[in-house]
Design a protein around this ligand. Structure first.
Ligand code: UDP
Length: 382
């Protein structure tokens, strides 16, 4: 029986391992941390009983039927719709930008068609093909809404000016000319009843999968396996020999009280003068549960340094150059494929991560069945 290794017990490593063992192979999954599920890890807070997303809010949403069905084998999804609020200039508004936000912000009572025409007047139509975050915002919502809701938040979140960031980051958010305040536009959305860690534990629960927690993996161990799927940071694999790819990390400041602290799961803070980007009140992620006490976390974003947990890949011009050099090294490395958010240094949502892991494990099985070479990347980092 062939023996593979998956490095990282997050969604990538777990889904790859499960797919391979179901095809008759054996997989050892390594994780340096004490728990599975990577940054999706959830655990019950002992004091309040609330299910806490230890590395910040994760809300599952997808259009991918296959991914939705796959996860439904491992969890019951409870109905959950993400409705985010934001505080800007001392007032609360609805997000994503929708007709309520526009009417509240401009003190109007416009219809959808009126609001659309109004925003088109605000928009900078000279920007034909927006490249940067700021251009995208000026083109689609105009200066006033950009400055009120995006400029300060983005500066805090990414530690740089929105003029330096790609338009793709803002494209994650819809702008709506109706009163739909669902943060996501996907067909399926929900929260796993017992959290994300329970899902990953079940995916990994198979006689041919062994999980080794608190066990870092090094490049010298690759030769011990028929193939390695590495979902750790690609620069970390090479011991950062070409430098560190930029990431943002998060610090969380805990807030505890009784009852309801803020009345919603996620409150964003748009103003640059407030040092945190958002406060998440985790009991509102499980609206089917009841808890007297509450626990919230304010998120502070900063540059990820040695020893910190990487969250968001920065991917500015200098990182792209370094990434190209790491890609070259990775392609020259036999026996390893680099997968997932950290292995390919991309900003990935959970559903995309799972879809990619399923597909790549299936392609791997097809390639090896035909004795074809296995690529270093099944999903191109650039
Ligand atoms: N963003 C913003 N203001 C907000 C919410 C988001 O400027 O109130 C920008 C910010 O740059 C953020 C990006 O939009 O990084 C994507 O937001 P999303 O809510 O998808 O971020 P995530 O939940 O992945 O941190």
């Amino acid at each position: 029986m062939t023996h593979f290794a998956a490095i990282g017990a997050g969604f990538s490593g777990a889904v790859i391992a499960r797919t391979l063992v179901e095809a008759g192979h054996r997989v050892t999954v390594f994780d340096a941390r004490t728990h599975v599920a990577g940054n999706c890890h959830t655990e019950r807070d002992p004091e309040s009983g609330v299910m806490v997303h230890k590395y910040g809010p994760h809300i599952f949403h997808t259009d991918n039927e296959r991914v939705w069905e796959y996860l439904n084998q491992y969890t019951e999804f409870m109905p959950y719709t993400n409705r985010v609020k934001t505080i800007s200039g001392g007032k609360v508004y609805s997000l994503p930008i929708n007709l309520l936000t526009i009417n509240q912000f401009f003190g109007e009572a416009m219809s959808p068609a009126e609001a659309r025409a109004f925003i088109e007047k605000q928009a900078d139509l000279n920007i034909e093909d927006p490249q940067t975050f700021e251009e995208q915002a000026l083109r689609f919502v105009g200066k006033d809404l950009y400055e009120a809701f995006f400029k300060g938040y983005t500066q805090k979140q990414w530690g740089c000016s929105p003029t330096q960031l790609p338009a793709s980051i803002l494209k994650r958010l819809p702008v709506r000319f109706n009163y739909d305040d669902n943060y996501f536009f996907h067909k399926y959305q929900g929260m796993p009843r017992e959290g994300y860690t329970a899902i990953v534990e079940k995916i990994l629960d198979h006689p041919n999968i062994s999980v080794r927690l608190s066990t870092p993996f090094s490049r010298s161990q690759v030769k011990d396996y028929d193939h390695v799927f590495y979902s750790g940071p690609v620069d970390g694999y090479f011991n950062y020999e070409l430098g560190r790819l930029g990431y943002r990390t998060l610090d969380f400041k805990e807030i505890r009280t009784d009852g309801d602290y803020q009345g919603c799961a996620v409150m964003n803070y748009a103003d640059e003068s407030v040092p945190y980007t958002r406060i998440a009140e985790h009991k509102h992620f499980s609206p089917w549960e009841e808890h007297d006490k509450t626990v919230c976390f304010a998120e502070y974003s900063r540059t990820c340094e040695s020893g910190d947990i990487p969250y968001y890949p920065v991917r500015l011009a200098q990182e792209q150059t370094m990434l190209r050099d790491y890609i070259k090294k990775a392609r020259a490395e036999p026996g390893v494929s680099f997968v997932g958010r950290l292995g390919t240094y991309r900003y990935l949502d959970m559903d995309v991560t799972i879809a990619e892991a399923m597909h790549l494990a299936e392609s791997f099985l097809e390639l090896t069945a035909k004795n074809n070479p296995v690529p270093a990347f099944f999903n191109e980092p650039i």
